[in-house]
Design a binder for this molecule. Structure first.
Ligand code: UD1
Length: 430
């Protein structure tokens, strides 16, 4: 089983280049099967979730050609199957995007219903409400969503809760429906806008992505395109927090600073220096960083996917911070792990009260999920002594070459898969 071992204490310094956005890529790759023509997608992150989704796309009959590590050509004219295998849903929840993509193109889809996951129950009722409003008949049969429509017809849909997945999924299906669809109370995340731009580059007619209301005028068919994915806002934010928590000086390159404003604002509030450049952000951590409060909200609010990394940063700041998790109910699982490193955090329901401590001490901890796993690595890099993070498969789902990028900033970290390698690292670092 692979693990990360690290010795904390080095302030991270230098430049790091951010990869393409995983969550945009998941929507875009699914949408790529909605045309029979070639689609070339660039700036794909080379991470596990993306590679699993590509396997699922091949499995239903599309041709997937890796041009290089970050570029893929997809041709979906030979799709023979509108039924997605259960294995992929278990490995990657975002395979629910196949429902919108297949329903739009073939008016039929069969996709296993995703279960709960480590961060919460994650229902998809709003996705299904949207498909039904477009005229699809949806049944749940033997654990799968079975969707059929004779014709999809544009509709007026109000989302009861702001949902990234439902917004993207309904937008895909509605792109090939007859007439106008209006979706209200939609998610405004950068990756929602990116999927809309991608669909528009295939000939869809989507307006308003990035605002509260999206209007989609259905078209008869979509065509091939070449598209480059936006940078990953959460990977960027993670490295920004890495600079803050280790009191380092890191320039995070290949980003869209506007997408990072909520994170930059909080780092400024705690006393870090944050300098926005054209396509980079520099974060300088300070010896004295103070507490603040965080409430996770849909974009442009503070992202739930940055809550653990920011909480780790606050756990080493002066004073008491209150962190409220408003999106997912189970996102404080790392708190018990962090306690092993000396943090002082109390969780009541969806609120964490963080009393900052002067230092962490290295310990063996388990990554409970993707972002919490990354947060524990940041904690280890700021801690005195050695930290071992287990279950790093979660982290590899969403961070490309995480340890290599950290190493290039001066972190003492290694990915190992046996005790002998752990010992070797300790001997080498001393
Ligand atoms: C996406 C991201 C995830 C991020 C989340 C919130 C992807 C692949 N994943 O997840 O990293 O943490 O957005 O920014 O893009 N909800 C319902 N019914 C639904 C759908 C959602 O009640 O049908 C609820 C969820 O339980 C949650 C909230 O709505 O409380 C937001 O979830 P949503 O935005 O849909 O998250 P995902 O798209 O699953």
């Amino acid at each position: 089983m692979e693990q990360y071992i690290m010795k904390g204490g080095n302030p991270l310094a230098g430049e790091v280049t951010i990869s393409g956005a995983k969550n945009a890529a998941l929507g875009i790759l699914a949408a790529a099967i909605m045309t029979d023509e070639d689609v070339v997608i660039d700036n794909l992150p080379d991470v596990r979730d993306i590679n699993v989704l590509l396997e699922a796309i091949e499995e239903i009959g599309a041709r997937v050609e890796r041009i290089d590590r970050h570029t893929v050509r997809i041709n979906a004219k030979d799709i023979h199957e509108v039924e997605v295998d259960d294995e992929y849903i278990r490995r990657i929840r975002a395979s629910y995007y196949f429902i919108g993509a297949l329903l739009g193109k073939y008016k039929s889809a069969q996709v296993p219903l995703p279960g709960g996951c480590n961060i919460g129950s994650r229902p998809i009722d709003l996705h299904l409400k949207g498909f039904r409003a477009l005229g699809a008949k949806i049944e749940i049969e033997r654990g799968a969503v079975v969707a059929h429509a004779i014709d999809l017809v544009g509709s007026h849909i109000y989302l009861d809760k702001v949902s990234v997945g439902a917004t993207i999924n309904i937008m895909m299906a509605a792109s090939l429906a007859d007439g106008l669809t209006i979706i209200e109370n939609v998610a405004k995340e950068p990756h929602v806008v990116d999927v809309a731009s991608f669909l528009n580059s295939m000939g869809a007619n989507i307006k308003g992505a990035g605002t509260d209301i999206i209007r989609i005028r259905g078209v008869r068919r979509l065509h091939g395109t070449e598209y480059s994915i936006i940078p990953d806002q959460i990977e960027a934010g993670t490295f920004m927090c890495a600079a803050a928590v280790t009191r380092g000086d890191v320039t995070v390159k290949n980003v869209i600073p506007k997408h990072l404003e909520a994170i930059s604002a909080k780092l400024l509030e705690i006393g870090c220096e944050v300098v926005e450049l054209d396509d980079a952000v520099r974060v300088v951590g300070k010896p004295y960083q103070r507490h603040t409060n965080i409430n996770t909200l849909p974009y442009p609010g503070f992202p739930t996917d940055m809550q653990p990394q920011m909480s780790v940063t606050l756990a080493l700041a002066h004073g008491t911070s209150i962190v409220t998790e408003s999106i997912f109910e189970n996102r404080f699982k790392y708190v018990d792990e962090l306690a092993r490193m000396g943090s002082n955090i109390k969780v009541e329901g969806n609120v964490a009260v963080i009393d900052g401590v002067g230092c962490f001490t290295g310990a063996s901890v388990n990554a409970p999920d993707l972002r919490a796993g990354a947060a524990l690595v940041l904690a280890g890099l700021a801690a005195d002594g050695y930290t071992v993070v287990d279950e790093i498969g979660y982290i590899q789902r969403g961070y490309e070459h995480f340890e290599e990028k950290l190493k290039s900033l001066g972190a003492m970290i290694e990915r190992v898969d046996c005790d002998k390698d752990l010992q070797k690292f300790r001997l080498k670092i001393g």
